[in-house]
Design a protein around this ligand. Sequence first.
Ligand code: F6P
Length: 328
Amino acid sequence: MEKKLKKIALLTSGGDAPGMNACIRAVVRTGLYHGLQMIGIYRGYQGMIEGDFEEMSSRSVSNIIHRGGTILKSARSKEFRTEEGMKRAWQYLKAERIDGLITIGGDGTFRGANEFSKKYEIPVIGIPGTIDNDMFGTDYTIGYDTAINTVIESVDKIRDTAHSHDRLFFIEVMGRDAGLIAIRTGIAVGAEAILVPESKTDIETLIEDLELGWMRKKSSSIVIVAEGEEAGGAFEIAKMVGERMKDRYDIRVTVLGHIQRGGQPTCMDRVRASRLGVAAVEALRAGKSNVMIGIQNGQIAHVPLEQSVKHHSTFDSNLLRIAKLLSY
Ligand code: F6P
């Protein structure tokens, strides 16, 4: 049975991700199509605490489907984690007569959403948006596809110069807790090694592999390092390897950083973000609450927020094996 909703609000929170704008557009237009009033909240939960709201029309989301970032802006609000902060946010929602909330973000965003929804009994739907792709219950998060394409474009360029100068490059990619950007891009660029937080880095093995590559006449090499890798990031690892392989390779380090978070979303990101946005409004209209809208095996899935914040995304360690085999 459909619940009678009148006014829903949406926000983006945590690290921004390309495709968030396509999702905002989908949420706003689906809501308006169904006769709902749509409210945009600026700067995530921080804007909710400060009442930074704006009514959105179909035209407020014109010309944004191709833009990176988020027109609603984003923040990581410490205040929202406090009881006082949540209470203030609730007072603004109540004063505005908002009867449903859609949050686009990562696991920190959903943790806040879940707690808030239970405390104040307002239906909340989460849409996974983070370049890290590290959410449980969905094969895909908004921004991942664009980010990995940005990475491979950048690394391809680095490969040109690495080859000209016979250099070994350590390239650090984002992923604070997960190596999903690293593993996929590492395979796509033909990296000699990929270091991720999900697998313990053995410096001796890495040096051995690079040594073997050198003996097989590899004159340049690429090592992809996930930022959350426990041995300490690209600079640290390059230093350890450099001390032992001085006479083999001239070493350089590149940290790709926030370039991975911006730019025009890919076709995949725009389409998936649009599907998730539509499904989120439909879920609210169907009376659902405290669920994340995910995509599993190509199909829309409803995953309890409780579960999506409790479990970790899965890491296919077979990909590491494939990467190693192909760097022969
Ligand atoms: O959560 C996405 C992410 O890009 C991580 O990969 C990275 O560790 C973090 O955000 C960086 O956050 P900030 O933009 O706050 O420095």
